[in-house]
Design a protein around this ligand. Structure first.
Ligand code: SF4
Ligand code: SF4
Length: 183
């Protein structure tokens, strides 16, 4: 019986406590953000973690971001350039590019927003953007393709590299044969 009345008293006390908080905040400035009705009022924190963005003009295909990712959600394919191809330099630190980045996918459905891919990038081209609204009904739409070349162009670079390496192998074999005939 004692416990019964103790529970009633505790319930009244809790209700009173809640009411006191409400009354205390009645005259104060409202801080509730009217999201999503007034999105412009929402200012993201300086280091907010949102959807990733990759500036492919500055990506050198080094794979450091993919290796740092704890959930393997970055997939990068590269092809070595052949002599005579000029891929230009990065705008960030004037680093010469030597790899064609034929594929650069990030599966944002797997991403845990840890930002570990951002810090090792030598050209600072993978960054957290300000986009945080990108829900999708289909998971495959959450795989973002950043590579700027299509399959045809990628295939051409692969062919160029294969042809170059095949030619280099032939030259090496000829030189080896010539050396052994001199002995
Ligand atoms: S934020 Fe983390 S989980 Fe997402 S891609 Fe970068 S390293 Fe991977
Ligand atoms: S670390 Fe930077 S430069 Fe290297 S592959 Fe990733 S995004 Fe490109």
């Amino acid at each position: 019986m004692g416990k019964y009345f103790a529970d009633i008293l505790r319930a009244i006390g809790t209700a009173f406590q809640g009411l006191t908080i409400v009354i205390r905040h009645l005259g104060r400035k409202k801080v509730t953000r009217q999201y999503p009705d007034k999105q412009n009022e929402y200012i993201l924190p300086e280091r907010a973690r949102n959807r990733l963005y990759v500036n492919m003009d500055d990506c050198i295909g080094c794979d450091k971001c993919a290796r740092a990712c704890p959930v393997d959600c970055i997939t990068i394919d590269t092809v070595k350039s052949v002599p005579g191809e000029d891929l230009g330099i990065t705008t960030m630190n004037a680093k010469k590019k030597s790899l064609w980045v034929t594929k650069f996918d990030i599966d944002m459905a797997k991403c845990c927003y840890c930002s570990l891919c951002v810090w090792p990038c030598p050209t600072e081209c993978i960054v957290m953007s300000e986009v945080f609204e990108f829900s999708e009904p289909k998971r495959e739409n959450l795989i973002y393709h950043f590579a700027t070349m299509d399959e045809t162009e990628a295939g051409q670079h692969i062919q160029n590299r294969e042809a170059y390496e095949a030619d280099a192998n032939i030259q090496r074999a000829k030189q080896a044969a010539a050396r052994s005939s001199e002995l």
